[in-house]
Each structure stands twice: as structure tokens, then as C-alpha cells.
Design a protein around this ligand. Structure first.
Ligand SMILES: CC(C)(COP(=O)(O)OP(=O)(O)OC[C@H]1O[C@@H](n2cnc3c(N)ncnc32)[C@H](O)[C@@H]1OP(=O)(O)O)[C@@H](O)C(=O)NCCC(=O)NCCS
Length: 169
């Protein structure tokens, strides 16, 4: 990542006014909703920004979620204890400003999100990072990084914490 860029929790000095990723709901969320969600502990938004200008170039959010164990692929579910639900981390949103696409910033954000999820899981258990891809393009981005589809929900994918641990240990 460019040394002028940093990723940190969203705060009031980050300039989000011009952020445009091409998906209006994701732009609006960052501009109007993200700070409130952070204050209320509904979601933790992280921004990739230029530290010279404070302009936000990309962001993602994390929060806790559950996976219904029987919705997992059978070969994974059968290795788990027989709990109806298992804990996971939801990567709720991830977006890069359209003027900065193709510079590996989406990858930087994703790796940062996986790393924070990995650190967090050491203290509060989480067996996977889950994403809800909004369309086929988003789904193919996550599949590029080995996310696995839930068998009956093709736009919902997960990356097992065992895989993430191997990436960072
Ligand atoms: C998806 C998104 C975050 C990718 O960001 P980006 O900064 O342009 O992507 P990167 O430059 O980091 O790409 C890294 C790798 O992913 C690949 N990639 C990027 N978008 C991809 C897609 N839609 N499908 C498959 N692969 C993709 C790149 O080709 C590159 O591959 P390589 O490792 O072989 O070189 C960006 O297009 C975006 O913000 N889209 C709109 C919002 C969105 O759909 N978010 C995702 C779900 S909410």
C-alpha cells in the first residue's frame, strides 16, 4: 500500500464527502450512517484514507454474526460440535472509490479486515468471516480470495478462521 495511505477506525477527521464507489447504498452508508453505527456499537467501520488530505479512498465494516450450522457445507458442518449456531464475523461492506480501482486497495482492505478478524477471534471466538455479496461481481471478488459459497445461498460466502489463521501465523 502507498505509504501516504493508512487504514484505521472511522473518526470525525476522515473526509468522506466525495467518496464514490459506484454503489449508491455503500456511498450513502459511509457518509450518513457509519459514524452512528460505530457510536452505537452496531458495526465497526474502518477507512483507508490519504493521511495528507484525510480523504477516504475505501472502507469496510465488521460486526459479529451467527452461522446456522446446518447451512454450512456438509464436510465442514460434520467436523463441528452439534450446536445449532456457531459464531462468526460479518464483513458487512467493503468498497473502494472508483477513481482508485485496480491498485490493490480492495485487497489491502480485505487483508486488513481478515487480520483484524483473526486478532479478535483470539479473544472472542469466531469460526469464519462471512460476506453477503451484493451481486455476481462482488461474489467473484471474494471467490478470488477463496471464500466458499453457502450451498443454498450463493451470494453468502465465508472464509473459515482456520484458513485465515494460516494466512497470518
Ligand atoms: C470489489 C472492489 C472492492 C475491488 O477493489 P479494487 O481495489 O479495484 O481491487 P484490487 O485492485 O484490490 O484487486 C485485487 C485482485 O482482485 C481482483 N478483482 C477485483 N475485482 C474483482 C471482481 N469483481 N471479481 C474477481 N476478481 C476481482 C483483481 O483482478 C486483482 O486480481 P489479481 O490478484 O489476480 O491481480 C471494488 O471494485 C468495489 O469497491 N466495488 C464496488 C463495491 C463492491 O462491490 N463491494 C464488494 C461487496 S460489498
Amino acid at each position: 500500500m502507498d505509504s501516504d495511505y493508512l487504514i484505521e477506525p472511522l473518526s470525525s477527521h476522515h473526509d468522506r464527502a466525495a467518496f464514490c464507489c459506484g454503489v449508491e447504498a455503500l456511498d450513502r452508508y459511509l457518509q450518513k450512517q457509519a459514524s452512528q453505527d460505530a457510536r452505537k456499537y452496531i458495526a465497526a467501520p474502518y477507512v483507508l484514507f490519504d493521511k495528507n488530505s484525510n480523504v477516504v479512498i475505501g472502507y469496510y465494516t465488521l460486526c459479529g454474526t451467527n452461522i446456522i450450522a446446518e447451512e454450512l457445507p456438509t464436510e465442514i458442518a460434520k467436523k463441528l460440535p452439534r450446536y445449532p449456531m456457531v459464531p462468526a464475523t460479518l464483513l458487512g461492506r467493503l468498497a473502494v472509490d472508483k477513481n482508485y480501482r485496480g491498485k490493490r486497495l480492495g485487497e489491502d482492505l480485505l487483508m486488513d479486515a481478515l487480520y483484524r478478524s483473526f486478532l479478535h477471534a483470539k479473544n472472542v471466538a469466531s469460526m469464519a468471516v462471512v460476506v453477503d455479496a451484493k451481486d455476481n461481481k462482488a461474489r467473484s471478488f471474494y471467490e478470488h480470495y477463496d471464500f466458499i459459497r453457502f450451498p443454498d445461498q450463493p451470494n453468502r460466502l465465508f472464509l473459515p478462521m482456520f484458513t485465515i489463521v494460516k494466512m497470518f501465523e
